[in-house]
Design a protein around this ligand. Structure first.
Ligand code: ADP
Ligand code: MG
Length: 368
């Protein structure tokens, strides 16, 4: 229902002794009906971006457009956006029905029949129609978050803005609600910007994902591209769990020389004239091989369906993610191997990607 263009968005906060740049020169184009996730570590500017789009925060520089119209100076309530927060912000003295209808009663001229029917429809959609007369204090965390979602849905907004809405829920419920929110967004087809610091959540939910660091957009892409073809070391390291293994290597011809003499021969990839590089290998790309002795196993985490094998490779801890049938013991020495295709290389100075998993490097939408 709404197409959003963020054009050179900058937001600074002035404190007594300094100026904090919370968001810097952010460009994102979001299609009508798209589900975009903003992800990055705490403090990277996710909430600030969302609040600027919502109109809860003034914009220092740049423009936010809804359907081609600049909304910088439009009041929040005139932007037709609905926000869902981590703390559900429900009114404790009101029951579910009242919590869901309160905003509509204030802000719209809808008849009470129309409001009541919207509330019933949203409550049914969220499976909380039998809770309408309960107070928030009588509800579980998951139920309260459904009420907060319901309150957003009844407004039939053009944009949903969700700021870590699942962070207060336990892991199992969170995974369930993740799917529910995706289904809901699919059904309603409302443009959604969803903020999380959790890369797993981001990867699971987003049509596209925007990775932020220190107020700066690193990359915006579909999950597979972020994983296979990160624009830089930050994105490579942030996406994937356990994280990618990274080493400093020296380049001698086609040989990469790692910590304490660990070497890797690049058979086909031309290493060019770099003398030093950062090398990255994802845990799932490392195979454990009984015949070698590079890795001194320290810990084996048995997950049931797979194992995480931690060990020292030339004094540096790395982790391999293997089949559950591979289970060396702590203190064992095992070999490791990985394909050249799976090797990532980064510039040691800038962190920019030099080699990723894809040979044909398709251009990302945004690169720093
Ligand atoms: P995130 O949501 O990614 O954790 P925020 O957008 O909340 O990050 O914050 C981005 C940066 O802006 C942080 O450095 C934070 O301390 C700062 N910041 C956020 N809000 C304010 C404010 N009202 N006053 C001063 N600094 C702020
Ligand atoms: Mg935040």
């Amino acid at each position: 229902m709404t197409e959003i263009t963020i054009d050179g968005l900058k937001k600074t906060y002035n404190t007594e002794d300094s100026e904090i740049v919370a968001v810097d020169d952010l460009d994102i184009e979001i299609e009508d009906g798209e589900f975009i996730v903003l992800v990055g570590p705490s403090g990277c500017g996710k909430s600030t971006t969302l609040r600027c789009i919502a109109g809860l925060e003034s914009i220092t520089e740049g423009e936010v457009h809804f359907d081609g119209r600049v909304v910088n100076d439009l009041r929040s309530r005139d932007r037709n956006v609905a926000m869902v927060f981590q703390n559900y912000a429900l009114y404790p003295h009101m029951n579910v029905e009242q919590n869901m209808s309160f905003g509509l009663k204030l802000s719209s001229k809808l008849s009470s029949e129309e409001i009541s029917s919207r509330v019933t429809d949203a409550a049914t959609m969220l499976g909380i129609d039998d809770l309408l007369s309960k107070k928030p204090g009588e509800l579980s965390g998951g139920q309260q978050q459904r009420v907060a979602l319901g309150r957003a849905i009844v407004r039939e907004p053009g944009v949903f803005l969700m700021d870590e809405p699942l962070s207060n829920l336990d892991a199992k419920l969170r995974a369930g609600m993740r799917t529910e929110i995706q289904e809901l967004q699919n059904d309603l087809d409302v443009t959604t910007i969803y903020v999380t610091h959790d890369q797993t959540e981001a990867m699971a939910m987003g049509d596209r994902i925007a990775v932020l660091s220190d107020g700066i957009l690193q990359q915006i892409d579909v999950p597979e591209e972020l994983y296979r073809n990160p624009t830089n070391e930050f994105v490579a390291d942030f996406i994937g769990s356990p994280s990618i293994n990274l080493f400093d290597v020296e380049v001698q011809g086609q040989t990469l020389i790692g910590p304490n003499g660990f070497t890797y021969e690049m058979a086909t990839y031309e290493t060019g004239d770099h003398r030093r590089l950062r090398m990255g290998v994802r845990p799932e790309d490392i195979e454990i091989d009984d015949s070698g002795s590079e890795l001194a196993v320290s810990v084996v985490e048995k997950m049931g369906n797979e194992n995480f094998i931690y060990g020292q490779l030339g004094g540096k801890e790395i982790v391999a993610r293997t089949d559950a049938s591979i289970r060396p013991e702590p203190d064992d020495q095992v070999g490791i191997r990985f394909d050249e295709e799976s090797v990532y290389l980064f510039d040691t100075q800038t962190g920019a990607s030099i080699k990723t998993k894809t040979d044909e490097i398709s251009p990302s939408q945004t690169q720093i």
